[in-house]
Design a protein around this ligand. Structure first.
Ligand code: WT7
Length: 633
């Protein structure tokens, strides 16, 4: 046992050099990466202007690269483009009409392939369909769909005509969906009848029905009916294919200003209400393009598979906009990773000869539990780059990923970033020496540091706050309807962008992310605000007060535990626990349901009445309570 431990320790402290086969193919060497990094920090405007010219098509060139009037910033001012032109038209015109854009598969092993040419035509027909419903530039469209080609094409169709999409993950509840529809005042909702997970149909349409009930500003609901559906459409509802079948497959791209909004995506913060992170067109297109190309080292003939869902930022940037702008072929897979059996994902890698695979540590830990016999059944030798995202990857999982999935022949690229950052911020590019558990170094143009509350750099290896010193092209531009929440990112710590994470930086400049510094929990790579779960609990008639913490969990990273004070006349019981869990599921969705609920008489509070979750957590984990001088009693 102790020997085994020593072995693990040796591996953890080892620096892994990139495999020869990765180096031979890589667009850039470690030295080139460093040189480019220096240039990007010395003269960011010139650096990004060069890349913008080289990598993207512009209808009109910008007049000025960056404007920064604290806390607001703009990129490529006066530049005109359309992101779908960069993702589709230019490839079709440059000989890639018949190149496959997406290979779709699902739990029943069905397969659909769509080429760049076909995708462009589908997008245009949806775009014309949306126009026929009166959707115009700047209007909001909410997309609540499973992971199917039509989902991705609908996002692109919005971008084609300049409508702002707001994708809501199809696991969110009716209430969560309603809040997002209302907040964005969406004119049209695009949805589907159901999705399938673990062989079970999950009804989506009824969730939409409940969410839009009484919302008069919603003018139409477009419904993608799936195989076998027999469905009666109600008032305001239109069948997806009926809407597009007579539409022209030509739709001129809307000429967008670089700073015109592209999409809103909601994410949890430290209050009960999620924030609508707003991204714009030019900087986002450029940054996701460049990170896709260099962080994943994508080449023309590569097959890329990002296992995320388009409901999250990872899906926006690395299933849709980044890979299409670069012009690669992507795999997309609807359904659970381990159904019908734990070999499903590896069978997909084998079947489609996937070269670049991008997933989350929670999935890696799940497969570690199933054991290496599952991946060993398949030929995974096509893999070259293995990506990780969403939460810190523990060294054990990193090494398993490297050895078992990568056969010690792949580079691991851990990518730290956020909904707000739009693209990868801290990572170890494939040609760079890798350290298990450390995300790596800032990407081009990103001046990252680990600092104290006042903004002073911490000593090497000391825990501090992760900050970014200057705006980068794909930084969020505002929070929809709440500019004061946007400003907080740049005013909490000096004049830096405060990410909300704790981190350390070692002597070589490698950054290790330790987790959130605020009241946000990371469950299976998904951000959940403790305040959101608490307010869901308190809205139950039996609950007087609630406090929520995250607890370490060996697969999910963190799990949710709730402490609940009942109102007079209510007694703790197993049934009540079940009922409270159901209630949270209904209010927020299944991701936010606590694993544990404990009934208590009192909660630790400050004298001003704020719940001290820190104290609850320390007590739960048997750790020192820390400074409790502000505790009420
Ligand atoms: C938070 C952002 C970025 C897409 C998925 C999540 C955590 C994300 C890593 C990583 C350590 C990570 C951070 C961050 N996180 N990637 N590679 N290592 N932590 O996007 O929902 O906006 O959450 O996820 O805590 O702040 P998100």
């Amino acid at each position: 046992m102790s020997e085994h431990k020593d072995e693990v320790l040796l591996k953890v402290n080892k620096v892994y050099q990139p495999p020869k086969r990765v180096l031979e193919k890589a667009h850039i060497t470690a030295e080139e990466f460093d040189r480019m990094y220096e240039e990007s920090i010395k003269d960011p405007e010139n650096f990004w202007a060069n890349l913008a010219e080289k990598e993207l098509h512009w209808f009109k060139k910008w007049d000025k690269v960056r404007e920064w009037e604290f806390p607001n910033y703009k990129w490529f001012i006066g530049g005109k483009l359309n992101i779908t032109y960069n993702c589709l038209d230019r490839h079709v015109q440059n000989g890639k009409r018949n190149k496959v854009a997406y290979i779709y598969t699902n739990e029943d092993n069905e397969e659909i392939k769509i080429t760049y040419g076909e995708l462009l035509e589908l997008v245009n027909r949806i775009a014309n369909g949306l126009k026929s419903l009166g959707v115009k530039k700047g209007d909001r469209v909410v997309i609540y769909m499973p992971l199917v080609i039509e989902q991705l094409a609908t996002m692109l169709a919005c971008a084609r005509i300049g409508a702002i999409h707001s994708v809501v993950y199809a696991g969110f509840s009716a209430n969560a969906l309603r809040m997002r529809i209302e907040d964005a005042q969406a004119k049209v909702i695009v949805t589907s009848t159901w999705t399938k997970r673990r062989g079970k149909k999950i009804d989506l349409k009824s969730v939409v029905d409940e969410a839009v009930d009484g919302l008069d500003f919603v003018e139409n609901i477009v419904v993608l009916q799936r195989k076998g559906d027999e469905f009666e459409l109600e008032e305001k509802e239109i069948d997806f294919y009926d809407l597009i079948k007579d539409q022209s497959s030509v739709c001129e791209p809307e000429i967008m200003d670089a700073e015109d909004p592209l999409f809103i995506l909601y994410t949890s913060g430290s209050t009960g209400k999620p924030k609508g992170v707003l991204h714009t067109t030019g900087g986002y297109n450029l940054y996701t393009h460049v990170t896709t190309k260099y962080v994943f080292d994508i080449h023309e003939d590569d097959i890329f598979w990002c296992t995320a869902d388009p409901g999250w930022i990872t899906g926006h940037s690395y299933m849709v906009y980044g890979p299409l702008s670069v012009g690669v072929t992507s795999v997309i897979a609807e359904g659970a990773p381990d159904y019908p059996d734990p070999g499903r994902w590896w069978s997909i890698v084998e079947k489609y000869r996937v070269n670049i695979f991008y997933t989350a540590p929670t999935a890696i830990r799940l497969f570690m539990k199933y054991g290496e016999e599952w991946p060993k059944k398949y030929d995974l030798s096509s893999l070259r780059i293995l990506g990780s995202v969403g939460e810190p990857i523990n060294p054990e999982a990193w090494i398993w990923y490297y050895e078992v999935i990568g056969n010690s022949q792949c580079s691991i690229v851990d990518t730290w970033w956020q909904t707000e950052t739009g693209g990868h911020m801290i990572t170890t590019v494939p040609a760079y020496p890798q350290k298990p558990g450390k995300a790596g170094k800032p990407f081009w143009g990103i001046e990252a540091d680990v600092v104290d509350r006042e903004g002073y750099t911490e000593e090497p290896n000391k825990v501090g706050y992760l900050i970014i010193k200057q705006p980068w092209p794909s930084a969020l531009r505002t929070c929809w309807g709440e500019p004061e929440r946007f400003e907080k990112y740049w005013t909490e710590i000096d004049h830096y962008y405060f990410a909300g994470d704790l981190a350390t930086k070692d002597e070589d400049g490698y950054i290790m992310i330790l987790g959130r510094a605020d009241d946000v929990i990371n469950v299976s790579g998904h951000r959940i605000g403790t305040a959101e779960v608490e307010s869901a609990l308190v809205s139950h008639p039996a609950v007087a007060e609630a406090a929520v913490i995250g607890k370490p969990h060996d697969v999910k990273g963190e799990s949710i535990k709730a402490f609940v004070i009942l109102k007079q006349g209510h007694e703790p019981s197993e049934n009540l626990i079940k009922d409270l869990k159901m209630h949270v599921r209904h209010e927020l969705g299944s991701l936010a349901v606590p694993d544990e609920i404990e009934f208590v008489e009192k909660l630790p509070k400050t004298r001003s009445g704020k719940i001290m979750r820190r104290v609850l957590k320390a007590r739960e984990l048997g750790m020192p309570l820390g400074d409790i001088s502000t505790l009420e009693d």
